[in-house]
Design a protein around this ligand. Structure first.
Ligand code: COA
Length: 159
């Protein structure tokens, strides 16, 4: 890129989140999910990648910092008025700097655009405080999925 001022170019460090549209972004999203769920959490690959990934009604989101893919999440229909948030993942080394919240914001904005009035998710129990902070309320009892404790949570989107 041209740098006519000859001043040092400031490093761009702002994280960005966008909807997955290209084959490269799709590959990046799979990479992040693979690192977090399959390698770190030992979720079997056949559980991690299910038929909803290729469903045209599923929206995938990817988070980048300095063009490095560091987070991913997906939103799919649960009913005509309820969306389900799934596969929220931030690489271990990138946690705690707001990427999780940015991904959830992108998901919620998309959910509102798609006319969902409520979002549901199954939170891993350790992540319950993360979702609580951004307005999700636990519903029902703790259950086990892929050998990991989960709790269902919901948020009204106010539309
Ligand atoms: N417990 C308690 N608080 C948590 C938390 C946790 N597990 N994870 C994040 N938070 C808090 C942060 O401290 C932060 O608080 P602050 O605003 O006061 O600083 C706030 O929630 C936002 O955190 P953020 O940096 O946006 O979260 P993140 O990028 O680290 O992503 C997860 C959070 C849960 C997505 C990430 O830890 C992750 O990918 N974990 C492994 C995969 C996983 O369990 N995914 C959830 C499946 S349901």
């Amino acid at each position: 890129m041209d740098n006519p001022s000859n001043l040092p170019l400031r490093e761009k460090v702002t994280p960005t989140v966008r909807e997955v549209r290209t084959a490269e972004e799709k590959e990046h999203s799979r990479l992040v999910r693979s690192r977090v769920f399959i390698e770190e959490q030992k979720v079997p690959a056949e559980l991690e990648y299910d038929g909803y990934d290729e469903d045209p009604q599923t929206f995938h989101f990817i988070a980048y910092t300095n063009n490095i893919p560091e987070g991913a999440a997906r939103l799919r229909p649960y009913s005509p008025t309820i969306g389900k948030v799934e596969r929220v993942a931030v690489l271990k080394e990138a946690r705690g700097k707001g990427l999780g919240v940015l991904l959830m914001k992108a998901i919620e904005d998309q959910a509102v655009r798609k006319g969902y009035s409520r979002l549901k998710l199954n939170a891993q129990l350790h992540a319950e405080p993360f979702y609580r902070r951004i307005g999700y309320t636990p519903v029902g009892d703790v259950f086990i999925e892929a050998d990991i404790e989960h709790i269902a949570m919901e948020k009204e989107l106010g539309i």
